[in-house]
Design a protein around this ligand. Structure first.
Ligand SMILES: NC(=O)CC[C@H](N)C(=O)O
Length: 306
C-alpha cells in the first residue's frame, strides 16, 4: 500500500522539469553506429504523459516520429507471452538482469547461447525468431498490426532507418545471431535478425508510445493481466540494461529505453510517460529522458515502492 499520496501532474510543473531536462541533454551524445540516428537534431524533444483518468499532458513536438529501437522489446515480449504463453517464452529467454551492455556477445557466450533476458539484443533476436512469417517484413507487419489494434496507435515501418541499419553492418548483432544459431536457440538466423531489425525500425510519436504504455497498465482482457505484469517486472529489472538496478533504487518505476533516445515509463495505477530526446549517456539511455522521468516520479511520489 502506498503510504505517501501520489500527486497529479500539472502542465506548469511539467514545463519546468522539461526545461531542466533539455538543458542536460548536451551532456549526452548521438549514437553513430546507425547513421540515421546520428543525423537527427540533438535538440529534438517531445513528451506525453497519459494518466489512468484519461488526462493527457503533451510538450514538445507532438508530430515528431522516431524509431522505437529497444523500446519495441517489451511489446515483442508482450505479444509472445499473450500469443505463445510464458512456458514457451521463458524456455527461449531468461529473466535475469545482464551484467554487460545491451549488445554484448560475451554475456551470451558466458550463458551458453541462452539470452539472459528479453530486454537486451540477444533476447529480442531470439524472440524475433518466434514471430510468424517467412521474412522480416511479414513478421514486423504481424507485430505492428497487433500492437496498432490493441494499443489504438499507428506504428509504421521507418524505411529510412531500416535502410540505414542495413547500410552499416552491425557485427555485434550478427555475432549474437550466429551464436544463437550455433547453440540451437534459433533455427533461422537470417529471418530472426531481419525481423529484429525491422521491428526496431517501427516508428511512433510520443502519443503512440504513451498509448502502448497504457496497454501494459490496463490489460484489455483478463488473460493479459499476467503477461502485462511480467513485462513490467522485466522493464523494472532489465529495461535500462546495466543501469536498471540503480534506476530502480533511485527512481523506482518500470522503464524501457531505446538507442534512438526514446524512453517509456509505466506506473501502475497512475499512468504512462513517453519521452523522446536523442542524446544518450554511456549506457545508451537518453540523458534528458532519465532526468525528466526522475523529476516527475520523485516530485509526485510515483515510485511503485512508496
Ligand atoms: N538499445 C537499443 O535500442 C538497441 C537497438 C538497436 N536496433 C541495436 O540493435 O543496436
Amino acid at each position: 500500500m502506498n503510504t505517501q499520496a501520489r500527486l497529479s501532474l500539472n502542465l506548469v510543473q511539467l514545463e519546468t522539469w522539461v526545461e531542466a531536462a533539455k538543458s542536460r541533454s548536451d551532456q549526452g551524445s548521438l549514437p553513430t553506429y546507425i547513421p540515421q540516428l546520428a543525423m537527427v537534431s540533438p535538440k529534438a524533444f517531445a513528451v506525453q504523459v497519459l494518466d489512468c483518468q484519461g488526462n493527457c499532458y503533451l510538450l514538445g513536438n507532438a508530430d515528431l516520429r522516431f524509431s522505437l529501437m529497444s523500446v519495441v522489446k517489451p511489446f515483442l515480449l508482450l505479444y509472445m507471452l499473450v500469443e505463445l504463453g510464458a512456458d514457451r517464452i521463458f524456455a527461449q529467454v531468461g529473466m535475469e538482469p545482464s551484467d554487460y551492455p545491451f549488445n554484448s556477445l560475451e554475456q551470451l557466450q558466458a550463458d551458453g547461447g541462452w539470452p539472459r533476458n528479453p530486454m537486451i539484443n540477444s533476447g529480442a533476436i531470439a524472440l524475433s525468431a518466434l514471430l510468424p512469417g517467412p521474412d522480416g517484413q511479414t513478421r514486423c507487419q504481424v507485430l505492428s498490426d497487433w500492437l496498432n489494434h490493441w494499443g489504438g496507435c499507428s506504428l509504421q515501418l521507418d524505411y529510412d532507418t531500416l535502410n540505414s541499419v542495413r547500410s552499416a553492418p552491425n557485427s555485434r548483432n550478427d555475432a549474437i545471431t550466429t551464436e544463437l544459431y550455433h547453440r540451437g536457440t534459433i533455427s533461422d538466423a537470417i529471418a530472426a535478425i531481419d525481423a529484429y531489425n525491422h521491428i526496431c525500425c517501427l516508428s511512433a510519436t510520443v502519443e503512440d508510445l504513451a498509448k502502448l504504455g497504457m496497454l501494459l497498465l490496463q490489460p484489455p482482457q483478463p488473460s493479459w493481466i499476467e503477461p502485462c505484469r511480467q513485462v513490467k517486472a522485466l522493464m523494472m529489472t532489465c529495461g535500462l540494461y546495466e543501469a536498471s538496478s540503480r534506476f530502480a533504487v533511485q527512481v523506482g518505476v518500470p522503464t524501457k529505453s531505446g538507442v534512438s533516445g526514446v524512453m517509456l515509463s509505466v506506473i501502475p495505477g497512475w499512468g504512462a510517460i513517453a519521452c523522446y530526446s536523442p542524446p544518450l549517456d554511456d549506457t545508451g539511455n537518453s540523458v534528458a529522458g532519465l532526468f525528466l522521468i526522475q523529476e516527475i516520479v520523485r516530485s509526485l511520489n510515483l515510485s511503485i515502492f512508496n
